[in-house]
Write a protein that binds this ligand. Structure first.
Ligand code: C2E
Ligand code: CA
Ligand code: CA
Length: 656
């Protein structure tokens, strides 16, 4: 567990940290924070240095009440400044400060006979108002105070009138208004420019939450704090799934509203001492110290629960889910400091920043492993995952360039009629032969492409190529064929999908002949109940395209979908076929599925049939079609053409 920070550097860090802490300032706080803290600190010191001796001397002079009230007012002001630093929130601290000033002022005017300190306090008030509230409120408060003083001075019978003449009071009033506007304006400009800087640079426009830069600061402060205290904290990366579709379907305004609402829910879910922010797009980051004793897994569940509650912008009813990755610091410390990717060799702050960046980057990449494939998942980032995460990251980068380089290709796998062994369908399967990684399984790169927004382009290329090759395939199979294309759910969420698909078919329509197109979809599509998806599906069916339900039995397997969407084929998942045995539970399930499909007039395909025994059993159960290595593996175009021609002459002879 080597910490590369040099000892001298660490010592310096500890010293400045202690110094700043005495001043009530977090040493890793960003510059604007430190600036603001310093201003408040100086104001506090000044108020103590100036008013405390005055109060004490007033007491010494015999006016016990005057002195005590003054000291109390100072204590109030001081307390509110300290509280402000401690993070009670601007408004509450402002109210406290205003209350303390008002008390002192009222006392000064009504009972103190307008002594000097009362006037001084009056000058302090606009500073506070302008600084803590906004300009209009500052003006409003100052004006109100002026009126109040004027009224107080005009009221007959008050002690004020007895102690000072009208001309003196008028002079004071004018001076007060002049000075308060002046100081107010200066403080306002100063505070505004600071606020603007801070807003633009550190807060997200849409949600008002910290952006990724402030998040980096917040995480690095956490690192510093936990290092010092020997404590630990957890950081979460929350990625909302499918929000892109909301933008596509309902417009960006709705998408924005959903994001804002989620930001609120996330903020309200935070345990004590926690923070959260928007990392970008649909990604959020949250964190909290583990001394709260809330296990990270439970907090992740809490977030899942909050996002699952429907969003209701306007009269819509939107259901969302998220994937979450998290890590515990310093449990991942070895990774952090032992890793050569951590460029933190500069100042202590720089090093913490690099560590914070590292945490955010790796949590994001760790999520890629679940994003796209399914939602509602939580992954813990641990040391073992580090290499995988790194590889995934590189793989994602490679996938981006793969399309342009033509590394993505397709294979065809024949699907065979169980009755006469004729080839009924060809399933199109994507293949990626990567220049750097060799052949990569579609179970790895398809979810990745979905996540990276590349799936549409891939599907387009593959569909176009398959359509182009269809006439030759049709000819090889004696003029009759169904081309089965796997359709990623992500594609169906887009409104532009149908026109594009229609175009592709029309472009190659001449060669379609007797061939039909079948789209393989998964049940997850129905569960989401997305209107665009349902509309797209209906349009596809209207175009004469048939639907096959892929991986049947692994999902929800609700019968109602089958009828509602005129599904023509069920593909029984390979897991049932693999464990198929006479008198086993799989046997009963497969038997039931086939019987049900028959009664609904739906075709059945058994996936992953590898052995003759499985084929025999399936035939016995009445399964219509067979797909699997037993008859044929997925093959490139050239090979499948030859295979089809041979099979036609002698079906079954090529069985493996
Ligand atoms: P899938 O749609 O269930 O495709 C069937 C998978 O089973 C294919 O894996 C196929 O090679 C494999 N298979 C077929 N017969 C046998 C067998 O007898 N034994 C065994 N062990 N496996 C068999 P592949 O090509 O690796 O594809 C995996 C998954 O990737 C597919 O599962 C599909 O979900 C996805 N995929 C592949 N190509 C595409 C594509 O072009 N678009 C989309 N959206 N998804 C694709
Ligand atoms: Ca499939
Ligand atoms: Ca399948």
């Amino acid at each position: 567990m080597a910490d590369p920070r040099k000892p001298a550097e660490k010592k310096r860090m500890r010293f400045t940290a202690r110094l700043l802490r005495y001043a009530g300032i977090a040493p890793t706080a960003p510059l604007y924070e430190r600036g603001r803290a310093l201003v408040l600190y100086i104001m506090g010191i000044l108020s103590l240095a100036v008013f405390a001796p005055v109060g004490i001397s007033v007491i010494a002079a015999g006016s016990y009440l005057d002195g005590t009230v003054l000291l109390l007012a100072i204590a109030f002001l001081w307390l509110s400044l300290v509280l402000l630093r401690g993070g009670v929130g601007m408004r509450r601290a402002a109210m406290l400060a205003a209350a303390s000033i008002s008390v002192a002022m009222m006392y000064a005017i009504f009972f103190g006979g307008y002594r000097g300190f009362g006037t001084l306090y009056l000058f302090l008030s606009p500073i506070i108002f302008f600084y803590l509230l906004d300009f209009r409120q500052g003006i409003g408060f100052s004006a109100l105070f002026s009126l109040f003083i004027a009224a107080a001075m005009m009221l007959p019978g008050l002690p004020v009138r007895q102690n000072a003449d009208a001309e003196y009071l008028l002079r004071i009033l004018i001076l007060y208004i002049l000075l308060s506007s002046l100081t107010g304006a200066v403080v306002y400009v100063f505070a505004q420019s600071q606020k603007r800087l801070q807003k633009v640079a550190f807060y997200d426009d849409l949600t008002g939450l910290p952006n990724r830069y402030l998040l980096r600061d917040l995480i690095s402060s956490m690192i510093l704090k936990t290092d010092r205290e020997g404590a630990s904290f957890a950081v979460f990366f929350v990625s909302i799934s499918r929000l892109r579709n909301i933008n596509d379907n309902y417009g960006y305004e709705t998408g924005d509203e959903v994001i804002r609402e989620f930001a609120l829910r996330l903020e309200h879910s935070l345990p004590a001492g926690g923070f959260c922010g928007r990392f970008g797009g649909t990604d959020f980051i949250a964190g909290y110290p583990l001394r709260t004793r809330i296990p990270p897994e439970r907090y992740a569940e809490e977030i899942h629960g909050r996002i699952l509650k429907p969003f209701e912008p306007g009269d819509l009813h939107i259901r969302l889910s998220a994937n979450i990755s998290f890590l515990e610091y310093p449990a991942v410390r070895r990774n952090l400091f032992g890793s050569d990717e951590n460029g933190g060799s500069g100042s202590a702050e720089g090093s913490n920043w690099a560590d914070a960046e590292w945490i955010m980057k790796n949590l994001e990449v760790a999520l890629d492993s679940v994003n796209g494939s399914s939602s509602g998942q939580t992954v813990r980032y641990d040391e073992g995952g580090h290499r995988d995460v790194r590889k995934r990251y590189l793989l994602t980068e490679a996938l981006r360039s793969a399309l342009g380089r033509g590394e993505i290709d397709l294979h065809y796998q024949p699907i065979i009629s169980a009755g006469d062994l004729s080839v009924t369908k060809l399933e199109v399967l994507a293949r990626w032969n990567s220049y750097s990684f060799g052949s990569v399984s579609p179970t790895v790169f398809i979810p990745m492409a979905e996540e990276q927004g590349l799936i549409r382009e891939i599907s387009e290329q593959l569909f176009a190529r398959a359509m182009g090759q269809l006439p030759r395939l049709l000819e090889a199979n004696a003029g009759d064929l169904v081309l089965s294309l796997n359709l990623s759910p992500v594609t169906l969420h887009s409104r532009s999908f149908i026109p594009l698909f229609r175009e592709l078919i029309e472009l190659h329509g001449g060669g379609l002949g007797n061939a039909r197109i079948e789209l393989e979809i998964t049940e997850s599509l129905f569960i989401q109940n997305d209107e665009t998806v349902l509309e797209n599906l209906n349009q596809l069916v209207a175009m004469g395209i048939t639907l096959a339900l892929d991986d049947f039995g692994t999902g929800y397997s609700s019968l109602s979908y089958l009828q509602r969407f005129s599904v023509g084929t069920i593909k029984i998942d390979r897991s049932f076929i693999t464990s198929l045995q006479r008198e086993g539970s799989s046997m009963e399930i497969v038997r039931a599925v086939i019987a049900m499909a028959k009664s609904l007039g739906i075709d059945t395909v058994a996936e992953g049939v590898e052995y003759a025994e499985q084929f025999d059993l399936l035939k016995e159960l009445g399964c219509d079609q067979i797909q699997g290595f037993h008859f044929a593996r997925p093959m490139p175009f050239d090979r499948v053409v030859g295979w089809l021609e041979q099979w036609r002459v002698n079906p079954g002879a090529l069985t493996q």
